[in-house]
Design a protein around this ligand. Sequence first.
Ligand code: SAM
Length: 213
Amino acid sequence: MRLRHKPWAKEKIQNYPQYIVPNPENYRGKWNLLFDNKNPIHIEVGTGKGQFVTEMARMNPEINYIGIELQESVIVTALDRLIEAELPNVKLLHTNGEDLREFFEKGDVSRVYLNFSDPWPKNRHEKRRLTYESFLRIYEEVLIDEGEIHFKTDNRGLFEYSLMSFSKYGLLLKFVSLDLHNSDFEGNIMTEYEEKFSSMGHPIYRCEVQYKN
Ligand code: SAM
């Protein structure tokens, strides 16, 4: 993701606590208080500019969505989308996916989405990949039993690596497509990166995996 320095971003984030949750640790185990309902919560780790979570929230009002993004200069664009969309069922957390357990307890999250995660192609950066074993353990510790990860990317190397990592961890492979846009999968919501790379002719890889009890 190309980053532009946005000195005003910090203040803007603080000005919209109704969209970027300022103290998410206060809702650990009680996110129903924030959303004012007991609907399932789906999170996207590395949400970027927020198109996916916003459109998913619009399409699925019975699900609560939380987009998690590390970069201040990126999450402010997602914030603009949320301000415009005015949806009650989508929020953002400005944090690292590594820290999910501080904000969610076991069972708080019903599904994890990973879309076009940074590939970190060098072996020495393996631990930063969002499908590395340590991240799979973190997701397991916040998900419901038999919770799922839905993963999309255009990066074949990362996709192959992730399928191996899921399999080594003992996750059940429920769906796989090596060319999502030419498959019969319905209801796909495109992310910003997906629009960019599919328009360049890249096939999109997608899988759904599930934790075993
Ligand atoms: N999901 C979006 C899409 O498909 O358009 C954005 C994809 S972009 C390549 C990956 C995003 O993940 C970046 O915005 C990056 O800052 C974020 N990211 C990477 N590692 C992260 C982490 N550990 N926790 C939270 N966000 C992370």
